[in-house]
Design a protein around this ligand. Structure first.
Ligand SMILES: [Ca+2]
Length: 230
């Protein structure tokens, strides 16, 4: 408990003006630095508005793969995470579009072993199936800075995925439209199963890596905290 408090306080100091959100132990929180495999047009770099001060950015070179994910992409990130079997998870990404442009605002998300509610494999690495995450939230909606998104406004789909085994899984994020940046992925079975961690534009939400303590501990309940700009 003491170590958790110290870690949360350290994160607060790091992110300054950001709104810190706490999550439950069943939620997965990945920062840019957790993506240990980066290929092609993706670069890890410092950014004062990003979680733990780092983001992965792709350079806008006018490249896209808008119709489908690629089975063998050149430009992608990968991270591993632990998740429980037969548990619905809602996948949220915090993205930022280069120049707040809709041609720089989307990725495909794939998994090593995700399944839908019926147990059928979905969004598999090595296939052309992917979860399309597009930051612009409607046709004509403005893009502005960071925002949380879980899909694309023109694609109807289930809001969750599950995994057939408990343990380690891999998430791959591949470019759909270059020029996009990413700093957080939240794969939530609890706190963000329904609602996003933050807004879709002008977001300053950092989801803490340290899970919420057990009930009865009053200090760090799952609620939004604001810290003044110094
Ligand atoms: Ca682009």
């Amino acid at each position: 408990m003491k170590r958790a408090c110290i870690s949360i306080l350290a994160l607060m100091l790091l992110v300054g003006a950001a709104a810190i959100r706490i999550h439950a132990a069943d939620d997965v929180v990945l920062y840019a630095s957790d993506f240990t495999a980066a290929h092609g047009n993706w670069a890890l770099g410092p950014n004062s508005t990003a979680a733990n001060g780092q983001l992965f950015a792709s350079t806008d070179q006018g490249w896209s793969s808008v119709n489908s994910a690629l089975a063998s992409p050149s430009d992608y990130l990968e991270a591993t995470f632990n998740a429980n079997a037969v548990t619905p998870y809602h996948v949220w990404l915090r993205l930022r579009a280069g120049n707040d442009s809709k041609v720089n605002d989307s990725v495909w998300v794939q998994f090593s072993d995700a399944v839908d509610a019926g147990g059928a494999a979905v969004f598999g690495i090595g296939t052309s199936s992917g979860l399309l995450v597009n930051l612009q939230s409607c046709n004509g909606c403005a893009l502005s800075g960071w925002g949380w998104m879980d899909g694309a406004y023109w694609v109807a789909r289930a809001s969750t995925v599950s995994f057939t085994t408990t343990g380690a899984h891999t998430v791959r994020i591949q470019t759909r439209e270059d020029g996009v940046s990413i700093d957080q992925v939240v794969i939530s079975a609890a706190t963000y199963l329904t609602n996003a961690p933050g807004p879709v534009i002008n977001d300053a939400t950092i989801v803490a890596k340290v899970p919420r303590p057990h009930r009865g501990v009053a200090h760090f309940r799952a609620r939004r905290r604001h810290f003044p700009v110094s």
